[in-house]
Design a protein. Structure first.
Length: 264
């Protein structure tokens, strides 16, 4: 181990102790679990950057001894992350570490949303991977329109769930057997958590920390990252945005189809 790595490891360890991030046995309100917690984040072209990196930022700050994050895509390749207003061909790319075929065993899986959802809800290989891993992990999560992918994969059947408010009816259309909750920052359905749009994934990611390491640990992690955690899953400041983007859906679908056809 290099000197820098040794120092960083010491800093992470000190931060974990300071934040109260300790094994579940020492946290009375935490699930019984011995770290590290292995979290797999599913990537696809057109995933929303904050959907991906908001939760990752929180989880990585817990330290590698407590949480390990694995980036998974259809193959080991650069994956373009972008927003609805940013050209796909100019989008920054993130390297997936694993493919669906060689991804390691996971405790938690997270599916982000984004403009690429419009294409990925028809990607049977992705849907099969999500359904398979959801049946194995302790907790399945999604951010934003990622809940449309969970719904299409059958993961949300019979469960309450939420998603991005601006595209809410679009998302709900993939889960006729799902109890869709319009007003929620995130919804905890036991073995599945779904969040509202974009930044709501950060609130949900802290709820994941609270699940496995205790609420005090999540609060201190939010404090350490200078983030004001909305701890009340039912307090949704953006419910007024409900279906506000639906008039633009056809235009967005056409743009995604054109981008896919051009190989971008």
């Amino acid at each position: 181990m290099t000197k820098l790595a040794s120092v960083l490891t010491a800093v992470v360890g000190l931060a974990a102790v300071t934040a109260g991030l300790m094994p579940a046995a020492a946290q009375p309100d935490a699930a019984r679990y011995d770290p590290p917690l292995d979290i797999g984040v599913v990537l696809y072209d057109g995933a929303e950057p904050l959907d991906v990196f908001g939760p990752i930022e929180m989880w990585l700050n817990a330290g590698p001894g407590l949480i390990r994050v694995h980036l998974i895509a259809d193959s080991v390749r650069p994956v373009a992350l972008t927003t609805t207003s940013y050209p796909a061909e100019m989008a920054p790319k993130v390297e997936a570490q694993y493919s669906y075929d060689d991804a390691p065993p996971l405790d938690v899986i997270m599916v982000p949303g984004g403009i690429g959802t419009l294409r990925e809800v028809e990607n049977q290989r992705l849907l099969d991977f999500v359904a398979e891993r959801a049946a194995e992990v302790q907790l399945t999560t999604s951010v934003c329109t990622g809940s449309a992918i969970l719904a299409k994969a059958g993961v949300l059947d019979g469960l309450p769930a939420t998603g991005n408010k601006a595209f809410f009816s679009y998302i709900a259309g993939f889960g006729p057997e799902t109890e869709w909750v319009e007003e929620a920052r995130w919804v905890d359905a036991g073995h599945v958590m779904t969040s509202s749009g974009v930044s709501a994934g950060i609130d949900m990611s802290l709820a994941v920390v609270a699940r496995f390491f205790g609420r005090d640990a999540a609060r201190m992690l939010a404090q350490a990252t200078e983030y004001e955690w909305n701890e009340d899953a039912g307090r949704d400041p953006f419910v007024g945005n409900l279906d506000s983007a639906m008039p633009y859906l056809e235009r967005l679908e056409a743009a995604v189809e054109e981008s896919s056809g051009s190989g971008s």
